[in-house]
Design a protein around this ligand. Structure first.
Ligand SMILES: [Zn+2]
Length: 564
């Protein structure tokens, strides 16, 4: 069955409500495992039917925002989504308070109860007005960025299209692009400061109302940090600083030599090779065919997966007028298939869709039969392990996509994976400082960013860019405004993905088996549990980062990048 054939029908809220209220009342009264589970599965069924419709509507709206039918449906879900949400919160609460919950762990994974507990801890009706205020501020940030009109040489760009200039081979063009981008942030400095200041204050207030000492504590609960805490994260960041920052500094020096520059400056950030960045070769059809071939050669499971994607038309990858920006991977309940949304643009990012987003999709495909739907997808930091590792598992087939640029792509991919780590922990560290000092002024926050940035990324050169020298680059990082504390996740997953890279590099015969096992576990365990099951080292443990970087460094040193 094809995605376009999946039938959409708007649920009748009153009907669902009556059914759910009845089921919830029965669940509350259930006094033994069997009767509890009988009702629980019925609730799952109703929930999945509602979720199917919500997902179909949102996906179809995103692929064609001009479609009037789904535009109306999208408005319906914006309005009614939270009403449907109420039922799952009630179910979660009953599960957490169930006196015989331990007996249920063999059918409902324990992690489900822990997450439900966190959900309850993060919410109280009395903070609803504050949560609404937080949402309004976060959307204000999005709107401010979307309003950017950057004029360069008579052409108008936005924050996304300006990358045409900032990645250009010509250094003067790059500088113009960067200066245009930075001017936007400089011109709106007061607005960014005001929005963030209000966000910090309202989040701090929510935390206090809910009884926490500060928002950091609540942030960990909101992000479902089930098995690690602030101290462990601080120790992890320290390892990145000690073991990765010096390696990235070396890579930056190599880049300067490779590009024939005295120093890599702010406007050289996204530019890596004098011959241009690696790009995929071939038409759209050829890239899809390459993906099909790759996944068939990789394993029987991935072969079956890619056929399902292709035959079911379970993706929309081409850029088109009227389509939403960006990319995502989601899952379609009942039909139990993933869906990938992307906007191909001719850069190496297109191949990332076929490896990274497909990695997410493959994980879901492998865990689609886990009975409790809420435990099919893992928490954020774990979810990125599957996708980032798939990017590395796909290495033996990169010649199919990049042809003569294969080596260039691999060098870029691996060095980029390392370079990201100090930045990622900087974003995390900054937010800890901000929320642990809610009384700070915007100037104090900028000073803090500046100091942390000089520590984690001492190789950055901001001369001639006052907004960067001042410590304002975080204005560009949406997560800081929109999803507080959601960032360390990418670095933790990257450290795990690099371990799979290393194991592949050493031709470890169990590497693929462990990856498959990890995918099939879905979200039935917490982060450290999944890491252990996949035979990976725990990133929080001392020495892990040192080991992870060793092989990557050896590989990068073996490449003569001046020839790329
Ligand atoms: Zn991802």
């Amino acid at each position: 069955m094809k995605f376009s054939e999946f039938e959409y029908k708007r649920p009748d809220y009153e009907e669902v409500k009556a059914k759910m209220e009845d089921l919830i009342a029965r669940l509350e009264k259930a006094d033994n495992k069997d009767s509890f589970m009988e009702v629980f599965w019925e609730i799952e069924k109703v929930t999945e039917e509602v979720e199917l419709m919500g997902t179909l509507s949102s996906v179809r709206h995103s692929i064609n925002t001009k479609d009037e039918f789904y535009s109306t449906e999208n408005d319906y879900w914006d309005e009614y989504g939270p009403n449907y949400q109420v039922f799952s919160s009630k179910v979660a609460k009953i599960c957490v308070e169930c006196p015989f919950k331990e007996e249920l762990y063999d059918v409902i994974p324990e992690v489900y109860f822990k997450m439900a507990e966190f959900e309850i801890k993060a919410f109280d009706e009395k903070v609803v007005p504050l949560l609404q205020k937080e949402n309004v501020l976060a959307s204000e940030y999005g709107k401010l960025k979307a309003s950017a009109q950057i004029e360069v040489d008579g052409v108008t760009y936005n924050l996304s299209t300006i990358s045409k200039l900032t990645n250009d081979k010509d250094r003067e063009t790059r500088k113009k692009g960067w200066d245009g981008r930075l001017k936007f942030y400089q011109d709106h400095e007061a607005e960014f400061d005001r929005i963030y200041d209000d966000l910090v204050k309202v989040r701090d207030q929510i935390a206090h109302e809910l009884g926490y000492k500060n928002f950091t504590e609540l942030g960990y609960i909101r992000m479902y940090r089930l098995d690690y805490n602030e101290e462990m994260v601080a120790n992890y960041r320290r390892q990145i600083l000690e073991d990765i920052t010096p390696v990235v500094a070396e890579l930056e020096e190599r880049k300067a030599r490779r590009l024939g520059l005295d120093k890599v400056r702010y406007y050289d950030k996204a530019f890596n090779f004098s011959t241009g960045n690696p790009t995929p070769k071939g038409t759209y059809e050829e890239l899809i065919e390459a993906a099909r071939k790759m996944y068939h050669e990789m394993s029987p499971e991935t072969g079956e997966f890619i056929d399902t994607m292709i035959n079911g038309e379970l993706w929309d990858l081409k850029s088109r007028d009227g389509k939403e920006m960006g990319g995502y991977c989601t899952s379609i309940p009942i039909y139990k298939v993933p869906f990938i949304f992307a906007n191909f643009n001719g850069t190496s990012g297109d191949v990332d869709v076929l490896t990274h987003e497909a990695g997410h999709a493959f994980q879901y495909y492998m865990s689609r039969n886990i009975p409790v739907a809420a435990t099919q997808w893992p928490t954020m930091e774990s979810a990125e392990i599957h996708s980032m590792s798939m990017e590395f598992n796909a290495w033996p087939w990169m010649n199919l996509f990049f042809k003569e640029d294969e080596q260039k792509y691999k060098f870029y991919h691996l060095s980029d994976a390392l370079s990201f780590l100090p930045y990622g922990v900087l974003v995390d560290h900054f937010q800890h400082e901000v929320y642990n000092h809610p009384q700070w002024t915007p100037e104090e926050r900028k000073q803090c960013w500046h100091e942390l940035e000089s520590m984690y990324k001492p190789y950055e050169d901001f001369e001639g860019a006052p907004i960067l020298e001042k410590g304002c680059w975080w204005y560009a990082q949406g997560h800081i405004f929109e999803s507080p504390f959601y960032y360390i996740d990418y670095t933790l997953a990257q450290v795990c993905a690099l371990q799979f890279w290393s194991r592949n590099y050493h031709h470890d015969p169990n590497s693929w088996r462990d990856y498959l096992h990890l995918c099939s576990l879905g979200g039935t365990l917490s982060f450290t549990g999944l890491v252990r099951e996949a035979g990976l080292k725990n990133p929080f443990e001392d020495g892990c980062i040192k080991d992870v970087v060793k092989d990557a460094r050896e590989y990068l040193d073996s490449v003569d990048d001046t020839k790329l």
